[in-house]
Design a protein around this ligand. Structure first.
Ligand code: URA
Length: 436
């Protein structure tokens, strides 16, 4: 049958349902260019306005996955489980979680993205590790995975190419905020990793993609049902992004925080979210009998230094400079480091992650446009968290900047984002909901 994109687009515009083969034709048109930019924009808008059934979303996801290479790991006998976060500020969980879960006998084939906007990306953080390569081809990716239990790579052009064009078009056509489009975009790339299961960390709150809890819950449900329809095991946690995760925000500063965390110096919130996601990964992999046993295993592996050893092995295999493990100062330091001081005595009443994420982008630590370069050394370290007591004159944060002007400007904004009040506020539950 001849392909009539305008008819399919019009049917979706009028609230109709598309068959799987029709969706496959549209995705083939995205990749071979026979679907023009105007048609792609119109199709995305029709989906954004009218939604998709679960079957349509699954068909779209599979067609996008199959638009490129799907990795297979025939030599890896371990269950292959990954985690994906919808993105946050200070979210360096993947760097700790992958060695943690690999230490427990799970294979983690992690293809991660770069940061965009105020949220950071794992690949940008890894790029601040001297020598560490994330441009692994399929054979090297599999070798690293076999040898140390996890591999971390940036997506090659061969992975889900349909998503690249669709995502770029969504970005300029006001169609990013659509649950079927977000679901298919995330899962197409994750399914192409050749995984048996996926744990989603769906964040909600001021600095999350989904600010409202009910939107985040709808996304969790969509991801879990479509992932299962595509044949993999799924679990999801709804986690708080109303405050930053950990203390550091900015690429090399976050890696330094991870290096300390490997040896036990981990902020409580980062540790809790990492362990909660790790428990779900072990349960999906079938290597723990229940959540308590999974948690105990992970805590022991972390405490006994096994996680550090797995991280070291991965660092070696992916070309990183092992000397950073003993000497994190090898990551470098921004030329201007300025303390932000409390102007009164009291308690930290807020730590606004959206403002702090934007400050780091403006310091050069993130991107406004996809082609922007990222400065690995700039960022913030919040010495205090929500509810901490402080005295007037105490440093509550440090700004790491390229110029003294940028440092001063950032310091003013950080001070406003971390007000001091009279009441001790507590952070809401870090894990708000679980779906498995
Ligand atoms: N991350 C993705 O990869 N795609 C989206 O649509 C949103 C977040």
């Amino acid at each position: 049958m001849k392909f009539h994109p305008a008819r399919l687009i019009a049917r979706k515009r009028d609230g109709g349902v598309l068959a799987s083969d029709e969706i496959q034709d549209l995705v083939a048109g995205v990749v071979d260019g026979s679907l023009g930019d105007a048609q792609l924009g119109a199709f995305l808008m029709a989906v954004c306005c009218n939604g998709m059934t679960a079957e349509e979303t699954a068909a779209l996801t599979l067609a996008m996955r199959d638009s490129g290479q799907v990795l297979r790991h025939p030599k890896v006998a371990r269950p292959k489980i990954d985690k994906h976060s919808t993105g946050g500020v200070g979210d360096k969980v993947s760097l700790l979680l992958a060695p943690l879960v690999a230490a427990a006998g799970v294979a983690v084939p992690m293809v991660s993205g770069r940061g965009l906007g105020h949220t950071g990306g794992t690949i940008d953080k890894l790029a601040s590790l001297p020598g560490y390569r994330t441009d692994l081809g399929p054979a090297e990716f599999q070798h690293v995975l076999e040898q140390c239990g996890y591999a971390m790579a940036s997506p090659s052009a061969a992975i889900a190419p349909a998503d690249k064009r669709m995502y770029a078009t969504r970005d300029v056509s006001g169609t990013v905020e659509s649950i079927p489009l977000i679901t298919s975009s995330i899962l197409a790339k994750k399914l192409a990793e050749g995984i048996d299961g996926l744990v989603m960390d769906v964040k909600f709150g001021r600095a999350a993609f989904m600010v409202q809890e009910h939107d985040a819950v709808a996304l969790m449900e969509s991801l879990c049902s479509v992932g299962r329809a595509a044949g993999i095991r799924m679990a999801a946690l709804l986690t708080d992004m109303d405050h930053p995760l950990g203390r550091a925000i900015g690429n090399s500063l976050e890696v330094v925080e991870v290096l300390h965390a490997l040896d036990g110096g981990c902020p409580d919130d980062l540790r809790e979210v990492t362990l909660a996601l790790g428990v779900e990964m072990l349960l999906l992999a079938g290597v723990a009998s229940d959540a308590e046993a999974a948690r105990q295993t992970l805590v022991r592996l972390w405490h006994d230094g096994v996680v550090h050893r797995v991280f070291r092995h991965n660092l070696e295999l992916q070309g990183g400079d092992l000397r950073v493990l003993d000497d994190p100062t090898r990551l470098g330091r921004a030329p201007h480091v300025v303390a932000v001081k409390a102007q009164r005595t009291g308690f930290v009443a807020d730590v606004d992650p959206r403002v702090l994420g934007d400050v780091v982008v403006d310091l050069g630590g993130g991107r406004r446009q996809p082609a922007d370069a990222v400065d690995p050394l700039v960022g913030l370290v919040c010495v205090h968290s929500l509810g901490d007591p402080v005295h007037a004159g105490d440093a509550i944060a440090f700004v790491h900047a390229r110029t003294s002007l940028a440092a001063k400007d950032a310091a003013v904004r950080v001070l406003a984002a971390m007000p001091i009040g009279d009441d001790k506020r507590r952070r809401a539950a870090l894990v708000k909901r679980r779906m498995a």
